[in-house]
Write a protein that binds this ligand. Structure first.
Ligand SMILES: Cc1cc2nc3c(=O)[nH]c(=O)nc-3n(C[C@H](O)[C@H](O)[C@H](O)COP(=O)(O)O)c2cc1C
Length: 209
């Protein structure tokens, strides 16, 4: 069970998918670390990125405030980790390790996979193996920040999928925002700003104090 007393480390797993909003990962990490330090929360942050997410940021450029590189897991790590029977299985290890799984940005493709139970990469295997009862009992948290084109966001299939992941799986949504999207369209669907995402994490943590 998650324990948030200051002396106990909080394990935060950040899932990143192939939305252009993934370029904000460095800003998100910086903001998260600063805010957690300010409230004296010890934390350990690891990242899991889809192959497409890695088109938008470079894992090598990510370092924490002590200049230590963040661990960024990629799909290939799953299979590098497992060679023979008895070896640890990475998606289960990360699932067990994480107190909080923040998926930011969550793109339309991965949302569809999660809502339908597909698990063809490391990130979707972690979420597919997630302990849903622990989420409903507030022992673990899944938060997600959708990011997609307005037409994708307002599409009826998206509405259905959001309903499944929030109501049936107990995951918490960080509502996207209305702005000029990077593709030039104007409307709802952009990922919430990193600072606001972090504020939401902090407020979720306080519910457990
Ligand atoms: C430049 C670029 C930006 C993209 N931005 C988004 C986006 O913001 N949201 C989205 O749902 N898909 C976006 N896509 C499409 C996804 O990258 C694509 O669906 C991909 O298969 C997602 O893979 P993943 O879910 O495994 O990360 C973008 C594609 C490109 C080429």
């Amino acid at each position: 069970m998650m324990n948030n007393s200051p002396e106990v480390s909080l394990n935060i797993l950040i899932g990143v998918t192939g939305s252009v909003a993934a370029i904000k990962v460095p800003e998100l990490l910086k903001c998260l670390e600063t805010r957690l330090n300010a409230i004296n929360k010890k934390n350990c942050i690891k990242i899991v990125a889809t192959d497409k997410a890695l088109q938008f940021f470079s894992p090598h450029t990510l370092a924490n405030q002590d200049s230590q590189p963040y661990k960024v897991y990629k799909d290939c790590d799953e299979w590098d980790h497992w060679k023979t029977r008895g070896d640890p299985i990475l998606h289960i290890e990360l699932r067990d390790w994480a107190d909080i799984f923040l998926i930011a940005p969550l793109d339309a493709n991965t949302l569809a996979k999660v809502a339908n139970g597909l698990s063809d990469n490391l990130l979707t295997c972690i979420i597919r193996a997630w302990d849903i009862s622990a989420t409903f009992q507030k022992q673990k948290i899944v938060l997600f920040a959708p990011a997609m084109n307005t037409k994708m966001w307002t599409h009826p299939i998206t509405v259905k999928q959001i309903c499944v992941v929030t109501q049936e799986f107990g995951f918490k949504q960080i509502q996207p925002i209305d702005k000029v999207l990077m593709c030039g369209d104007v409307g709802m669907g952009a990922m919430e700003e990193p600072e606001m995402i972090v504020s939401r994490i902090i407020s979720e943590l306080q519910n457990f104090d």
